[in-house]
Design a protein. Structure first.
Length: 190
């Protein structure tokens, strides 16, 4: 579920049924794509993977032995298709986890994943229940909508030339006060 709903965004924009719900949903999804990676989540990043025809293994740069446990279900993304999905861990080593895979994939040796794969433990926080996060998502969605539909609506310089930076780093800066309590410290590097 999106942090910002189609109905909320339509109401704020005042567009009624002028645009199809699918078009509005794209903006809501884009808002989530901007905001969710910045929020605290129990997410870990694998740097390499390998597999036999029945077992997939993900490798990490950090110690994961005390992070994961056998029998735990995790959601794996950004790896090869046969490694992705909801998986139940069968082996935990110091720097790797393994789980059963389905289908008939060819065996692959250990190799790098770029960009890193993502392993997420079931979330313990429902961001859709946090009004500050929902309002931040709505504000970002409005900015995205305005950038898509209204040309020359960025700030203007002294000589009245439009600024092309409506979707710049300032997009998150506008809502940083709303999301400060939920920011993932790993997202604040740089």
């Amino acid at each position: 579920m999106s942090l910002c709903t189609v109905a909320e965004l339509k109401s704020v924009l005042g567009v009624g049924s002028l645009y199809p719900d699918a078009t509005i949903q794209e903006v809501c999804d884009a808002s989530d794509a901007v905001l969710l990676p910045m929020l605290w989540a129990d997410t870990h990043f694998n740097t390499e993977h390998s597999n036999t025809t029945t077992v997939g293994t993900l490798y990490f740069d950090t110690l994961v032995k005390n992070t994961f446990y056998v029998g735990q279900t995790v959601v794996v993304t950004n790896n090869k298709a046969h490694l992705n999905g909801s998986k139940t861990i069968t082996v935990v080593d110091d720097y790797s986890i393994s789980y059963n895979i389905t289908g008939t994939p060819a065996a692959e040796p250990r190799h790098a994943v770029r960009p890193y794969g993502t392993v997420t433990i079931s979330p313990s926080t429902d961001w859709t229940a946090d009004m500050a996060i929902q309002n931040a998502a709505l504000m970002i969605a409005v900015e995205i909508w305005q950038a898509r539909t209204s040309t020359l609506t960025g700030s203007n310089s002294v000589d009245f030339q439009p600024s092309p930076y409506r979707m710049s780093a300032q997009l998150l800066a506008k809502v940083r006060g709303l999301i400060a309590h939920a920011l993932d410290p790993r997202s604040m590097v740089g």
